[in-house]
Design a protein around this ligand. Structure first.
Ligand code: SAM
Ligand code: SF4
Length: 430
């Protein structure tokens, strides 16, 4: 979501006539789009901001704008903490940034800061997409869940769904511009639709069906769903829509019922496992990814062992693993019994080792198969190869003659825990 916000910010700045500077030191306007989900991005941002300040000390007219979730979290004291910041905006007030920056960044109203109550969708803003054939589509903003560790509801506000007609119109326009793959975005993407007016009342399954029907859209992805919102009509749509890819991100967070309850995730281990099974049954050859937090307050060695057991049982194709990071203002930050840093480190290392072993095994099962790959560009590790992703969202480096945006068949020849390697089938046949 943050990367998509950056695309909008960039597109809007370009519309104002502000192009990208080759170097920070040459820029007239510096815009930061921050994340505050864990403490690490906050620390990295502080270092970047110190650099920006040094630039401004040398060139007084430099404009510094700070956006994103950190800005929203610190809205009461941002200008106090950093008096050299000229403009601040939250994730829901990106559309106002243009006005606040003023044409070319001149005459900026110092202290103009958007508040969450003014939130609007950025759907009509220009956007600077990295690739012409892939696009993110924001379908909702905010989140109504109360996960004890998470700062998102505080900084992005309550959930608001975008109107279905607006979403489908955007997807149709993008398809006309050559977009083949879309990723529907929401903090809790599969609860989309619940807050819409009764005459528009619908669900995420209906949204999948409506976007699947748009000519030219060949791949549909979505992130991030919550396990509690995979109701039967949504699962049926996932199984029936041809463009919907065989990849689901299913955040587990913990395998211990005690910890899941303290996290307020609203499902327990068995319900989660039943759902994973149901999804795999409905969608053959499904790839499952997940998010896991280790070291939530009070997590014992036995709780952690239960997380490892679920990972063994589900056998994920990929996983994002996080060390619990207390966020000011969240319920979990105030809990007693924080797990010592060295224990958290030890646990995440063991978890990563297991996740990687299973992912390598899962990927090695693809060797010998032919996978459909959407070509994204040159391989990052070997420029003589191309890079793309399978429908199951695995990166493939391969020998081939295709170009970015092409959908090609690739014969898989080898695998690691994160990537596959192969040769374009047309070349194999030649
Ligand atoms: N809405 C999504 C969901 O419910 O799974 C996730 C959104 S969050 C931006 C992405 C991931 O960050 C979460 O799934 C969680 O694993 C992780 N996360 C959130 N808050 C965290 C915290 N305080 N410490 C460590 N990891 C955290
Ligand atoms: Fe955060 Fe996701 Fe929970 Fe919402 S559902 S509070 S975004 S982890």
């Amino acid at each position: 979501m943050n990367a998509h916000d950056s695309e909008r910010i960039k597109g809007m700045l370009e519309e104002l006539g502000l192009g990208e500077a080759a170097d920070q030191a040459d820029a007239d306007v510096l815009v930061f789009n921050t994340c505050t989900i864990r403490e690490k991005p906050d620390q990295r941002f502080a270092a970047h901001l110190a650099q920006a300040r040094a630039l401004k000390d040398r060139k007084d007219e430099t404009v510094i704008a700070v956006g994103g979730c950190y800005a929203e979290a610190q809205r009461e004291r941002l200008f106090e903490l950093y008096p050299f910041v000229d403009v601040a905006f939250g994730p829901g007030t990106i559309p106002h940034l243009g006005d606040w920056l003023g044409a070319g960044g001149h005459n900026v109203a110092r202290g103009a800061f958007g508040i969450a109550e003014e939130r609007t969708f950025a759907g009509t803003l220009p956007m600077h997409r990295e690739r012409r054939f892939q696009a993110w589509i924001q379908v909702s903003m905010g989140c109504n869940s109360k996960c004890a560790y998470c700062i998102v509801p505080r900084v992005r506000g309550r959930e608001v769904s975008r109107r279905p007609g607006d979403i489908v119109a955007e997807v149709t326009r993008l398809a006309g511009e050559g977009v083949r793959e879309i990723t529907l975005l929401g903090q809790n993407v599969n609860s989309w639709g619940r807050d819409l007016a009764p005459d528009l009342r619908t669900d995420f399954g209906e949204l999948l069906r409506a976007t699947d029907a748009v000519t030219g859209i060949e791949r549909i992805r979505f992130t991030s769903p919550h396990p509690k919102d995979f109701r039967d009509p949504v699962i049926a749509a996932l199984a029936e829509c041809e463009a919907v890819c065989e990849h689901i991100h299913l955040p587990l967070q913990s395998g211990s019922n005690r910890i899941l309850k303290a996290m307020r995730r609203t499902y327990d281990r068995d319900r989660y496992l039943r759902l994973a099974e149901k999804l795999r049954h409905a969608i053959p050859d499904l790839a499952l990814g997940t998010d896991i937090i280790v070291g939530f307050p009070g997590e014992t060695e036995a709780d952690f062992a239960e997380t490892l057991a679920v990972v063994e049982e589900v056998r994920y194709d990929s996983a994002f693993t996080f060390v619990f990071s207390p966020r000011a203002g969240t319920e979990a930050a105030a809990l007693a019994d924080h797990v010592p840093e060295d224990v958290k480190r030890g646990r995440i290392e063991r978890l990563i080792e297991l996740v990687q072993r299973i992912a390598a095994e899962r990927n090695s099962e693809r060797v010998g198969r032919v996978e459909e790959v959407l070509v994204e560009g040159a391989s990052r590790t070997d420029s003589s190869l191309l890079r793309g992703r399978t429908r199951r969202n695995t990166t493939v480096n391969f020998a081939g003659a295709a170009g970015p945006g092409d959908l090609v068949d690739v014969r898989i020849e080898s695998a690691t825990s994160t990537t596959l390697k192969g040769t374009e089938a047309a070349l194999v046949a030649a």
